[in-house]
Design a protein around this ligand. Structure first.
Ligand SMILES: C[C@](O)(CO)[C@H](O)COP(=O)(O)OP(=O)(O)OC[C@H]1O[C@@H](n2ccc(N)nc2=O)[C@H](O)[C@@H]1O
Ligand SMILES: Nc1ncnc2c1ncn2[C@@H]1O[C@H](COP(=O)(O)OP(=O)(O)OP(=O)(O)O)[C@@H](O)[C@H]1O
Length: 275
């Protein structure tokens, strides 16, 4: 019996750290990043079809392309079979949480199941974040994103906030000052959750200062997150504008998200568990 349609969850990608350690001759930057995935995300459904199609639904569908510009479409084309895709969009776009990349990885995972073969796609060609999104598990990401090593991390509890401004990743890299920053320090302690949190606090997101230059509201988001009861650390993810704060328990994250949602109903605020 052949499966008719496969639904796959496309989790938000969170860069808990993001060190920019160099730049290649082609302009792409070398990264060193601790990446985890949230229980908040998009939903992708793929079904066999005679020709490619894409329908974008959900609360965050506005403005998301529903044609060959969408990374879901590009992923299916790279796989090499026509499919009917439904993308139920819950994540803000151009937000530093890998929405398009995670959707593309979900399409590939769904198609691998549907057609019973590995995708064979060279993942970095679809985007620097696609290899780690294909893993969808805590990982250290290096190179320009193509070197991905899974990590055995305890889950973290977080609040995610996006202030509703789109940020262009190339624009943030353009105003980045130094490109040869130090990599992450030794990760030997990361299997102990609270020590891991202290370790994360000692690392950086090198794109945070340039992103604040491009969109100053990010500094306001970070201040609001740091002021929440129980917040242990506030930082930006990817090239922004989404930021996160980490909490000791899910209940603390849930309570903080409720407080911030009522204070800033215009912001996208979600409690999340990161794995
Ligand atoms: C910054 C991160 O969000 C960290 O996870 C990602 O590396 C960005 O991943 P992505 O959106 O999948 O990136 P891509 O679509 O491949 O690249 C978008 C643009 O970001 C810049 N870019 C991206 C990745 C990288 N390692 N160096 C770069 O300089 C390039 O200007 C590139 O044209
Ligand atoms: N499936 C998709 N979902 C959202 N945007 C998409 C998708 N496919 C293509 N796009 C286009 O890509 C742009 C960047 O959106 P995306 O959400 O992938 O970026 P991002 O969150 O900045 O990713 P990253 O964290 O990898 O930098 C959007 O402005 C949109 O036009």
């Amino acid at each position: 019996m052949t499966a008719q349609a496969i639904e796959v969850f496309a989790p938000a990608k969170i860069n808990l750290t993001l060190h920019v350690t160099g730049q290649r001759a082609d302009g792409y930057h070398l990264l060193d990043s601790l990446v985890m995935f949230a229980d908040v995300g998009d939903r992708v459904t793929v079904a066999r079809a005679s020709e490619m199609s894409l329908r974008v639904t959900g609360p965050m569908a506005a403005g998301v392309p529903d044609d060959a510009r969408n990374l879901c479409w590009k992923a299916a084309e790279a796989f090499g079979e026509p499919v009917a895709i439904t993308l139920d969009k819950h994540l803000p776009a151009a937000a530093g949480i890998g929405g398009g990349s995670s959707d593309a990885a979900a399409v590939l995972r769904g198609m691998e199941q549907l057609f019973g073969r590995p995708s064979g796609v060279h993942l970095p060609d679809l985007g620097a974040d696609v290899p780690v999104c294909m893993l969808a598990h805590a990982a250290r990401m290096q190179g320009i994103g193509e070197e991905v090593r899974p990590l055995d991390m305890a889950p973290f509890h977080a609040v995610l906030v996006n202030p509703g401004v789109e940020v262009s990743t190339p624009a943030v890299f353009r105003v980045l000052g130094r490109r040869d920053n130090a990599p992450m320090t030794s990760m030997a302690e990361t299997d102990v959750p609270l020590m891991a949190l202290d370790w994360i606090a000692r690392q950086r997101n090198d794109l945070q200062p340039p992103a604040i230059m491009v969109k100053p509201v990010i500094a306001e988001v970070l201040d609001a997150l740091a002021a929440l009861e129980g917040a242990r650390l506030a930082r930006m993810s990817g090239s922004g504008a989404t930021c996160f704060a980490l909490f000791d328990t899910r209940a603390a994250a849930d309570g903080a998200a409720t407080t911030l949602s009522s204070a800033r109903p215009d912001w996208w605020v979600r409690p999340a568990t990161l794995r």
